[in-house]
Structure formats: structure tokens, C-alpha cells
Design a protein around this ligand. Structure first.
Ligand SMILES: NC(=O)c1ccc[n+]([C@@H]2O[C@H](COP(=O)([O-])OP(=O)(O)OC[C@H]3O[C@@H](n4cnc5c(N)ncnc54)[C@H](OP(=O)(O)O)[C@@H]3O)[C@@H](O)[C@H]2O)c1
Length: 348
């Protein structure tokens, strides 16, 4: 079995802020035990979180196999496995212990590539309930691009855990950027019959977003008061849902952009860390906004999303695919922030 491990001993990757490098190792391929499945991983994908893990900010990072996203086929099953047989094509759920319902203490804590060994390896032993079936129309590279970013977008638009409100047809949604989560948000917002207002940093990316269904696009570099522009674009009303991917630098404008009684999904920090003046938060109270967060999703959420992906023949947008031996180069490319959509690693 071939795997990469985060390690302070390995050469760093010339990525700003990276304290750990990637060490390649070989070991014996494990045998599945009771209830376990041995998966031959054919592809994995990078997410913004993987750059934070490379910075070594989380405990127990040393020696951990990175990456949350992976897809491949079942190589062997252990005694008692009911759901799978050898040859089935599968996608790993990043939350290996979260099967359905709300995220609660017993199902929290087994996140691939963050808390337990991840997908940057050719074989992985997982519980049979850590996998969902790959839609037939998707390649392994496309399947690997779906889980972390796709689920986060799905649960922001389609409700996710029980009692969470679903975006209704005719509502408007604010989407930030052209990264992995953002492009899935755009796809799912359109699927839900919503109007999508998107932010991006260049004219080329604005065109790309329009071609993929964005109803209006604002350049956040040229227009730093974009929250006001979103309100204007919605006839003075504001969007029904803003999905906050930027973090402290974008939160005040997102709060402006949401209508009274609307919703704000707190998802990411891709614009960088910092603090927010509480004065900018006061409109949350005045406008009685509902704030919610997502941590990807459960196996049930993943299966619901994949059913919609199959029915509507949706595909993730893949920017570039790197071979397994060039995983460090994939990280460097992703850290360069020039990508649109997903950066994938193929495990031959
Ligand atoms: N809570 C969860 O479960 C969860 C799951 C997945 C991801 N996340 C978080 O969501 C965020 C996005 O993740 P990702 O993997 O999609 O990242 P990504 O692919 O690296 O996203 C990069 C894109 O973000 C956009 N961006 C950067 N600064 C921006 C700003 N100030 N305003 C608007 N857009 C900006 C840029 O779009 P343009 O190039 O178009 O300008 C850039 O291309 C990250 O913070 C990640 O940690 C959270």
C-alpha cells in the first residue's frame, strides 16, 4: 500500500504557512475485519481545509494521511458486510461515523484526513457505513471531487440535518467565488429553482459563472461595498440566503446582503482570518437573521445528494487532475489559488 503522510520531517512544499511536508510510505495492504471494507482508492481531491492541516494547526497531525475526499472501488469485504461486494464503485463520506440526523457527540470526531487517516493512499479500510455508491455517469475523479465541498453546498441549499429549512423555488442565494464549494452551491441553487447572485474577482471568472447559470455576478475586487449591490439587485430586498465562504473579511457585507428575516450560512474562511467589529454584527439582531453552520454532512445527506446528482446527471467542475506521484505538486497548484472548482489526484 502506498500512502502520503503529513510530517514535520519531510521537506515543506514551498507553500506559505506550511509547517509540514508530505512523506511517502509503503506498507502491507491490510485485510478487512468484521464490518470493514477494503477500498482501492482511485482518486482523491483537495479542499481548502487541507491547506490549514498542512499548517500543522491541528493536534495529532504528525503522521496523519491527509485529504477528506476519495472514491474508488471495493477490493474486499470483511465478515458480516451486507452493503457492499468486491467491484462496487464507492465514494467515502468524510464524516465516517455520522450516519444520519444531527451531528452529535457520538458521531462527531472521525473526519477523514483531519481527525483520522484520510484518502491520499491507494488502499483504505473503512466501516461499511462510511461509503456511498458512485453514480454511474461519474468517473472516479468526478466522484472524488463531490463529497466534502458538494455536501457542504447541498446542506446549505437543501436543508441537511432534520428541521433545517430548504431553499424554496424563487428565492435568491448569494454565492462567493469560483472554488469547490461555490460551484456546487451554484449548481444546487439552480436545481432548487433559486436565483443565484455570485461574487468573483475577474471578468473571465464572471463569464464562467454566467455560463453556468449565475443570474448576476459582482466583482468583489472592484466593488468592495458589494453587499449594497446585492440589495440593489434584489430590488432593495436582500437575498434569502447568503452562504458565507470568505470569513471575517466578507461577513459584514454578507450581513448587509441578506433580507430581513433571511438566513446566513457560516461555512468558511477562504478570504483569510481576522476579527469582526461587533458593530457590523448588530444588523443580525435588527434584521432577525437566522445563522447556521455546516460540517459537510451525514451518510444519509451524501446519499440524498448523490440521488439528485444521478437524476440530473450533474458533474463537478474539475480544474486539473494530477497523478499520485505528483501529489505535492497538486498541493502547490491548489495553494496558488488560481483554480476554478476542484483539484483532483488520480491514484493509478
Ligand atoms: N464547514 C464545512 O463543512 C466546510 C466544508 C468545505 C469547505 N469549507 C470552507 O469553505 C471555504 C471554501 O472552500 P473551498 O474548498 O471551496 O475553497 P477553494 O476552492 O480554495 O475556494 C477558493 C475561491 O474562494 C474565492 N474567494 C477567495 N477570497 C474571496 C473573497 N474575499 N470573497 C469572495 N470569494 C473569495 C475565490 O474565488 P474567485 O477566484 O472566483 O475570486 C477562490 O477561487 C473554505 O474556507 C473552507 O474551509 C467548509
Amino acid at each position: 500500500m502506498h500512502s502520503y503522510h503529513l510530517s514535520a520531517q519531510a521537506p515543506t512544499l514551498d507553500i506559505p504557512g506550511a509547517a509540514l511536508g508530505l512523506a511517502q510510505r509503503e506498507s502491507d495492504t491490510p485485510e478487512p475485519g468484521p464490518g470493514q471494507v477494503l477500498v482501492r482508492l482511485r482518486a482523491s481531491a483537495l479542499n481548502y481545509a487541507d491547506l490549514s492541516f498542512l499548517a500543522g494547526h491541528m493536534p495529532h497531525a504528525e503522521g496523519l494521511i491527509p485529504l477528506l475526499d476519495g472514491a474508488g472501488e471495493v477490493a474486499a469485504v470483511g465478515p458480516g458486510v451486507q452493503r457492499w461486494q468486491a467491484g462496487d464503485r464507492v465514494i467515502a463520506n468524510p464524516h465516517q461515523n455520522w450516519l444520519a440526523g444531527e451531528l452529535r457527540p457520538p458521531n462527531y470526531g472521525a473526519v477523514l484526513g483531519g481527525m483520522i487517516d484520510g484518502t491520499l493512499r491507494d488502499y483504505a479500510l473503512v466501516p461499511e457505513t462510511g461509503l456511498a455508491a458512485t453514480p454511474e455517469h461519474l468517473s472516479d475523479e468526478e466522484a472524488a471531487a463531490l463529497s466534502c465541498a458538494g455536501l457542504t453546498a447541498w446542506n446549505s441549499i437543501m436543508g441537511g440535518p432534520p428541521h433545517r429549512r430548504v431553499c424554496a423555488p424563487g428565492e435568491s442565494v448569494l454565492v462567493q467565488g469560483t472554488g469547490g464549494v461555490a460551484l456546487f452551491l451554484l449548481q444546487f441553487a439552480k436545481l432548487a429553482g433559486c436565483r443565484a447572485i455570485a461574487l468573483t474577482s475577474t471578468a473571465e471568472k464572471a463569464e464562467f459563472l454566467r455560463e453556468r447559470g449565475a443570474d448576476a455576478v459582482i466583482n468583489y475586487r472592484e466593488n468592495s461595498a458589494w453587499g449594497d449591490s446585492v440589495v440593489e439587485l434584489t430590488g432593495g430586498r436582500g437575498v434569502d440566503l447568503a452562504v458565507e465562504l470568505g470569513g471575517p473579511g466578507t461577513l459584514p457585507e454578507s450581513i448587509k446582503a441578506v433580507r430581513p428575516g433571511g438566513r446566513l450560512a457560516l461555512i468558511g474562511i477562504v478570504g483569510g482570518m481576522g476579527s469582526v467589529d461587533y458593530l457590523h454584527m448588530i444588523p443580525i439582531i435588527h434584521k432577525a437573521l437566522t445563522l447556521f453552520a455546516n460540517s459537510m454532512g451525514s451518510l444519509a445527506d451524501l446519499e440524498n445528494m448523490l440521488q439528485a446528482v444521478s437524476l440530473h446527471q450533474l458533474r463537478p467542475h474539475i480544474d486539473r487532475v494530477f497523478p499520485f506521484d505528483e501529489a505535492p505538486e497538486a498541493y502547490r497548484y491548489f495553494a496558488g489559488r488560481g483554480h476554478i472548482g476542484k483539484v483532483v489526484i488520480r491514484h493509478d
